[in-house]
Design a binder for this molecule. Sequence first.
Ligand code: SAH
Length: 489
Amino acid sequence: MNAAGSFGSVPVSPWPEGSVCLVGAGPGAADLLTLRAWHRLLQAEVVVHDRLLAPEVLALLPPDTERLDVGKAAGHHSVPQPQIQALLIEHARRGRRVLRLKGGDPYLFGRGGEEVQALLEAGIGVEVVSGVTAASGCGAAAGIPLTHRDLARHCVLLPGHFADDTAPDWAALAQPQQTRVFYMGVRRLAHIAAELQRHGLAPDTPAALVFDGTRESQSVVATGLAALAAQAPAYDERPGLLIVGETVRLSPHYREAEAVAPAAPPGGEHYGPADRARLQRLLAGRRDMRHFRRGQNIEPQTLDRLLQAANQAPSVGMMQPWRYLRVRDAALRERIADIVAAERDATAAALGERAADFLRLKVEGIRECAELLVAALPPDDGTVFGRRTMPREMVVCSLACSIQNLWLAARVENLGLGWVSMFEPARLAELLAMPAGAEPLAILCLGPVEAFYAAPMLEQEGWRTRRPWQDAVYEDVWGASPNSRASSV
Ligand code: SAH
């Protein structure tokens, strides 16, 4: 900087005496200050700052600049807001250039707005110099592109600390395609995670806590939301930023943490409590999806992983009696949709009284899903063992296992799968040119969904509720209920 107020060829506007400049100090690293902020630091006569302000930034002040710390000192309360405002007014009225230095950006969760209002009401000139806010500073420093266009159409910045009557709109925050950034949210992490999940956000949604973002002491914890919350008591009182959304998946911290799961030893893997909790959530959260996002694709590698999972299913006698027909032709897909519509009408008619209820349970997936697969049994399904023939049901079981594997693998990829069954599969078999003896068993709709249902759709629609598992388990002989074991779970 030279005396005329410029950095090289960059001119810097003058700062009138007796006015206040609110400067955003950024998230911590001193070299993230704007040139104007730096200029103001060098010009200021008195600096009013918070305790948490990074020492690196304060170190840029000339040694003789007066400093007033209005922040919280350990165990003491901070100077109340009206007093801070009075202090700024008082110093400005003495004709001094007063610099109010705030972390991040002065207008984002920093009460800068209130201070500016008070100063203007007192007739004092104010300038606001924006700073790098924690969201963008931490996003960059932790490798989280907050609005990566494939993963988040928007980014919401909000305080994690709120009174009950100012709680955020959790249902809106649980919607997909957004990155949620909570300031001052570390202590409320468990509550935030619980609310987001209660409103439908998947427990394994990537989430990160960034402490001391952009500083040398920066640390990042990144994992699934529920797992992050489960560790909540371990986080100290340091302020940190909570970021929740698919964009966190791109962070090297997340990738590293997720890769830590050790490779399976030859004899099979042992699961720790955290794995167990996640796998149980996966099983319990499995839903038959009926609504899909239109116009979506599944990456070829992802589809390969799903089909591989389907092929790893257990099968009676290792016969692998499954075939998947991937329907890519749009006209063919339309004809399948017509067959299913006709099936639906026939079923509704046969239901009589509950026909209207049934028709409300509309399956929209066939036209909308990213991929349509037809799961079928081949004619040579391995049921014939020498002179003995295995019941056809056995191979059906194997195919069902394969579909279930596909289903769970899809969920792990954050994709939904819907299973459409048919009463009369012959028309579909003919449409897909299946040989005699081959049989389509299920039409599978697969693809990205807006949100996973909180409960099975049939339950949500009041069609039927799930029976407790105890109803399906007998002791020794048919019909004998399990003993006290049942009530303990
Ligand atoms: N005006 C500031 C925010 C003030 S609220 C800004 O624009 O960034 C204080 C909160 O900001 C902290 O509780 C924390 O959530 C977040 N924060 C600020 N600096 C941070 C940093 N370097 N690393 C992580 N979080 C930070």
